[in-house]
Structure formats: structure tokens, C-alpha cells
Design a protein around this ligand. Structure first.
Ligand code: FAD
Length: 462
């Protein structure tokens, strides 16, 4: 059995925990020939070489200046050509990579390859050259016929190399090696383009700093203050017509740019792609839950259309639809345009929170998780967290708030030991009242908070 594992080296040299799970799961399959596949700059070869020590027979690096600047569609195109050449029984990918984090490349690659797709794999129960039986997060036990692409959740840690392990070879392939049409590669082949970047100003609040003794009183006062409902999504003055939403979740985003909205209820990619071809909408919006992302990726790849992931807002000048989302590891907000029609995007929609208060803990509070949990329990709050805490394996992904976690808007959001990275803000900045607890008065989170407490999480009184 041949398994190709797709890996992307993160900026800090680390691999996403999801990709680590994909690689480890492949290595655990007795007798399987495991090959690593990556796209990146030439120095990635050293990284891949070191990873072959864990058991992969060899690694392939797609490296060519013409691959540079690829969006998810252009990346999936190059990967799918390399995979066609390797012709594996299975392709294992992480749910998402470290930097891009879109969760789109796997579904798009499977579509371009014509492979079946199984997402959110939690465990492999049985795997043969014919089929794989897996436990998935959403659908439970599922069987998929080979050849197939599987995307893995964080389910296991990657083994360490043994002292005597040997390194495998790394082959470097360019555009000609995979028979790529260079018009479809890299920036040239990427239908989504960043046209403007700017500092994230939305959601800024005037923070009132208070003494730590005032914490409980502040929470009580805020809970007892009635506020008038506010408009959450900014609406463009101009509108575009023929905007489709798949499922009802993206309705607020659609309303911000259009009065002519059609809800598509079908979850079948073939039918949606067919309707798009014949009815030609101007935009198609999907939510960002796993199923919507899978669907969006497959439809976009089938139609060879650009897809912008995790948009936090939309804008239009009446002719073009612009998508807005954090970029460059969250340092800036980017305004993105699609060169293909319809404009396709997944949009960050809010989840209904049962709790009126959410206490979210970040890396600064990991030393006193029990104290923070006891505090949350005392005030009847639900628990949230930053990605750094989730990536550290200290709490489940279902608590992650932010661009690639949940978007919530409780009455009170209490951020403890959270720095206020733009990706985190994307998940909580519509909360009615934000309270920040941080030892560093200069932490960005205070700029997005109504009340600030400069104190350590350890000083929380229970
Ligand atoms: C593509 C992409 C997607 C991402 N998606 C998300 C996402 O969905 N959600 C998310 O959260 N992040 C996301 N991130 C990560 C994000 O950029 C930040 O790295 C992350 O939010 C930082 O987590 P943090 O604030 O807990 O940790 P840090 O940035 O390390 O901040 C810790 C804070 O704790 C404070 N502190 C230290 N000690 C104490 C103490 N004893 N008491 C109180 N305060 C203390 C420090 O002053 C500091 O401000 C994403 C990143 C990328 C590139």
C-alpha cells in the first residue's frame, strides 16, 4: 500500500499537530510505503530529509519559482499533479497547516485528483489497498474506497527518530517534472489576490482600567445593564445582486452586500457546481464549519474558481465583491479580490452560545488552569481558549475562539492571559462587553476591551 503524506513546513520550522497526526498514522500502518510530499522553497529539503528519519521511504519537494505565491487552488493544482505521478492508494493530510490554516487544500486536491475524500479522521480502524474504515469526528464510523484523500484531526504525537535511523532521499521536482501548465501555478494561477492591507481597527474599544478588587462587581454590573441591540455587521452603501448562500448561516454577511440573496440548501457538490454553471450567481458564500469548508473546497476546485477562506467581513462598490480577512500571520487585515466568477468565500459566522459569560484562557494563564476554571464556575461562565493553548494540547479544539476556531458573541467575554492576536479577536470582537486580564498593560487585548485588569491570572480570587 502506498501512502503519500502532505506536509507544509511552518514559518518557525514546526509542523501543524494535524499533519503530525497524519504522518504518524501513516507510519503506524504496517507494511505501507510512506512518501512525504511538500511544496516550498529549496531549503525545505533539509526539513523533509530530517523527517524521513522517522520512517518515510523518501520525500518529494515541489520547488520552483513559478510555484511561489500560490493560493489554495494553485497549491492544490501542483500537489494533485505530483500525486497523479506518484499514484498512491491514499493521501494523508492534516486538517489544516500551521500558517495558511484554511482547511481548503485537502478537499480541493482530492477533487482535482478525482479521489474520494474523508475529513476529520479521528482513528483508522482498518485499512487495506481497497478501502479504509475510519472514525470521523462528525459522522462516526465511515468507510471510504481507495484511492482516497483523508484529512486528520489532532489524534497523536509524532514519534521521535531513533538514534540509528537512516535518512531517506529527497527528490526536487519542478513544474516540468509534474507536467504543470505554469499559467495555473503560483501567483499567476491564483484567482484570489490581496489588493490592499491595513491595520486592524475594527472592534477597538476604550478600555477603562480598574483595580483587581472591582472584578466581581464589574461582572455583575455589566450583566445587569441592558443595552440596545447594535448592528453587528457593517453594511455597504452599494449592493450587488445574485448572491447565493449555502445553508442559512452566512445570511448576515450576504445582507451586508446584497438585497438579492438565494439560499441553497443542497449539500451535494455536483448539484451546486451544476447550478453555478447554468445560473451564474455573482457570489457564493459558505459557512466555516468542517462540512461547509469541505463542500466549498470541492465545488471551487471542480469549477477551477478562487475560494477565499475565513472572511471576517465583505465589502462592495456595487460592481466587485471584496473579501476581508486577517493575513500575514495576522499582522494585518487584507482586502482580497477574486479574478474568477462567481466570487466564492467561506465566512466566519457566529455560533450560538448558551452561556451569557465566556471565560477564555490564553498562554499566560496555563500555569493556573484550575484557578481559571474555578473562577469560570463561580461566575457561571463557559470556557474558551486561544489557539496557543489548544496547540499545546492543554484543552480541546472545541474551545478555541478565533479565526480558525469558533466565533462567539456572549454578553461578557473575559480574556485571561491572552495577548489579543488579530486571529483571536476575529472570534470574540462582537461580544457585548470584553474584560481583559493580563500582566502586561501594553498587551493588544486591552485595545479591544471595555474593562482592563492589569494583574496575573494567579491573583484571581476564588
Ligand atoms: C492562520 C492562523 C490562524 C490562527 N487562528 C487562531 C485562532 O483561531 N484563535 C487564536 O486564539 N489564535 C489563532 N492563531 C494564533 C494567534 O496568532 C496567536 O498566536 C495566539 O492567539 C496567541 O495566544 P495567546 O494570546 O494565548 O498567547 P500569547 O500571545 O503568548 O500571549 C500570552 C499573554 O499572556 C500574558 N500573561 C503572561 N503571564 C500572565 C499571567 N500570569 N497572568 C495574566 N496574563 C499573563 C502575556 O502578557 C501575553 O499578553 C492563528 C494564527 C494563524 C497564523
Amino acid at each position: 500500500m502506498k501512502i503519500v503524506v502532505c506536509i507544509r513546513q511552518g514559518r518557525n520550522g514546526e509542523m501543524s499537530p494535524f499533519e503530525a497526526s497524519a504522518y504518524e498514522s501513516a507510519l503506524r500502518i504496517g507494511g505501507a510505503e510512506v512518501i512525504l510530499l511538500s511544496m516550498g522553497i529549496p531549503s525545505t529539503a533539509d526539513y523533509l530529509k530530517s523527517l524521513t528519519r522517522l520512517g518515510a521511504k523518501k520525500a518529494i519537494l515541489l520547488s520552483d519559482t513559478r510555484f511561489a505565491g500560490a493560493d489554495t487552488l494553485a497549491t492544490a493544482y501542483a500537489l494533485s499533479l505530483a500525486l497523479k505521478k506518484l499514484s498512491p492508494d491514499y493521501v494523508f493530510c492534516g486538517r489544516q497547516t500551521m500558517e495558511g490554516d484554511t482547511g481548503q487544500t485537502g478537499p480541493m486536491t482530492s477533487e482535482l485528483l478525482g479521489y474520494s475524500l474523508m475529513t476529520e479522521v479521528m482513528a483508522i480502524k482498518n485499512i487495506t489497498e481497497e478501502s479504509a474504515q475510519c472514525m470521523t469526528r462528525r459522522e462516526g464510523e465511515c468507510t471510504v474506497k481507495a484511492p482516497s484523500l483523508l484529512t486528520f484531526e489532532r489524534i497523536c504525537d509524532l514519534r521521535l527518530p531513533s538514534l540509528f535511523s537512516k535518512m531517506g532521499e529527497v527528490e526536487i521536482w519542478n513544474a516540468e517534472d509534474i507536467g504543470a501548465d505554469t499559467e495555473k501555478c503560483g501567483l499567476r494561477g491564483s484567482p484570489t489576490r490581496v489588493i490592499q492591507t491595513f491595520e486592524n481597527q475594527s472592534g477597538k474599544r476604550k478600555c477603562v482600567f480598574l483595580d483587581k478588587d472591582a472584578l466581581y462587581d464589574t461582572i455583575e454590573r455589566v450583566l445587569n445593564t441592558e443595552v440596545l441591540a447594535t448592528e453587528k455587521t457593517e453594511t455597504s452603501d452599494k449592493k450587488i445582486d445574485k448572491v447565493w448562500i449555502v445553508g442559512k448561516k452566512p445570511i448576515e454577511f450576504a445582507r451586508s452586500v446584497s438585497d438579492d440573496i438565494t439560499v441553497i440548501d443542497s449539500a451535494d457538490e455536483e448539484e451546486i457546481a451544476q447550478r453555478i454553471t447554468t445560473e451564474k450567481p455573482n457570489a457564493v458564500l459558505f459557512a466555516t464549519d468542517a462540512e461547509s469548508k469541505r463542500l466549498a473546497g470541492r465545488v471551487a476546485a471542480r469549477l477551477r474558481i478562487g475560494l477565499c477562506a475565513d472572511c471576517t467581513s465583505l465589502e462592495t462598490d456595487g460592481e466587485t465583491l471584496f473579501m476581508v480577512r486577517p493575513a500575514l500571520s495576522g499582522k494585518v487585515i487584507a482586502k482580497i479580490k477574486s479574478l474568477t466568477l462567481p466570487v466564492m468565500a467561506t465566512v466566519r459566522t457566529e455560533e450560538d452560545t448558551k452561556e451569557r459569560i465566556v471565560v477564555s484562557f490564553g498562554h499566560g494563564a496555563v500555569g493556573c488552569i484550575d484557578r481559571v476554571k474555578a473562577f469560570a464556575e463561580k461566575i457561571g461562565a463557559g470556557i474558551g481558549s486561544s489557539r496557543k493553548v489548544v496547540d499545546g494540547g492543554l484543552i480541546g479544539y472545541d474551545t478555541q475562539i478565533g479565526l480558525t476556531g469558533k466565533v462567539i458573541a456572549p454578553e461578557i467575554y473575559i480574556a485571561i492571559g491572552i495577548s489579543g492576536a488579530v486571529q483571536h479577536l476575529a472570534g470574540m470582537q462582537n461580544s457585548r462587553t470584553v474584560i481583559a486580564i493580563n500582566t502586561d498593560k501594553k498587551a493588544d487585548i486591552f485595545e479591544y476591551a471595555d474593562y482592563g485588569f492589569v494583574m496575573s491570572a494567579e491573583e484571581l480570587e476564588i
